[in-house]
Design a protein around this ligand. Structure first.
Ligand SMILES: C[S@@+](CC[C@H](N)C(=O)[O-])C[C@H]1O[C@@H](n2cnc3c(N)ncnc32)[C@H](O)[C@@H]1O
Length: 248
């Protein structure tokens, strides 16, 4: 999942990429953003893609920096949200070794730290801290490894979507899958994607100088995981982790 991947996805972003804002029916992420919002504060949307969060952020903050590694994504966002005059679009690579950024008072980073590369993730987490002033607040959303495993267990036990007939991987792919899962990296639509444990998230943010305030589930419908979820399958629903944290 490098820059090239995201540039290629950009023109078909709406059909290919899961929409967190639409699917968070609880409104918990919007509520977390509202609780840190102020017309005196600046906010950065890290990995903003085509800018879905702009209509939530722009009316509530003094200034929004929409940041993404993909120039095409940023261009799509820029053309879409011409009504707002307080958004700046910045192309930046949060995994770069030498990131220079003007720190903001608040940040959101929603399903953007997905790369299978440990080195790139280490840099990305360090950059999160660089993006914020001391005392600045962060809303971070990432895929949950617990949820992914729970989904796999349900699929295997009740043969959901004919899981028994899933094709076995070729030997080379099987070795990659094995190495990846040890690091919490597991495929979404054949793309190796980092998933996180709750405890891991707490540790990673603590190491970068954040006080973790809360980690909670963002629940989604079972239809986001299965074509045909069993009718009896209810709670717990599949989830991402949302973490709210403050830079010390
Ligand atoms: C799944 S999309 C999330 C989009 C958006 N946050 C949302 O909730 O609608 C992930 C985004 O992260 C961006 N991204 C991935 N790696 C990045 C990096 N190293 N630096 C900046 N942006 C990155 C991608 O270009 C992509 O637009």
């Amino acid at each position: 999942m490098d820059r090239k991947y995201w540039e290629t996805i950009a023109p078909k972003y709406e059909t290919e990429i899961f929409d967190v804002l639409q699917n968070d029916v609880s409104g918990s992420i919007v509520a977390a953003i509202e609780s840190m919002a102020s017309p005196e504060k600046t906010i950065i949307d890290i990995g903003c893609a085509v800018g879905k969060w702009m209509p939530v952020l722009a009316p509530k903050f003094k200034m929004v920096i929409a940041a993404d590694i993909s120039a095409k994504n940023l261009q799509i966002a820029k053309e879409k949200y011409t009504d707002f005059d307080n958004i700046e679009y910045h192309r930046m690579d949060m995994s770069a070794d030498d990131l220079s950024v003007i720190p903001c008072d608040a940040a959101i980073c929603i399903n953007a730290i997905l790369t299978h590369s440990l080195e790139k993730r280490i840099n990305f987490f360090q950059s999160l801290s660089l993006c914020l002033n001391a005392g600045g607040e962060l809303v971070l959303v990432v895929p949950s490894l617990e949820s992914k495993l729970y989904t796999n267990i349900i699929a295997g036990r009740w043969n959901v979507d004919d899981a028994e007939n899933d094709k076995l991987p070729e030997p080379k792919k099987a070795i990659d899958l094995f190495k990846n899962i040890k690091q919490g990296v597991t495929d979404i639509d054949d793309v190796p994607t980092k998933h996180y444990l709750k405890e891991e998230l707490e540790l990673l943010l603590g190491l970068e100088g954040f006080d973790v305030q809360a980690i909670k589930k963002i629940n989604y419908d079972w239809k986001t995981e299965f074509h045909k979820p069993p009718k009896w399958l209810k709670e717990p629903y599949p989830w991402d982790w949302m973490c709210t944290a403050k830079k010390k």
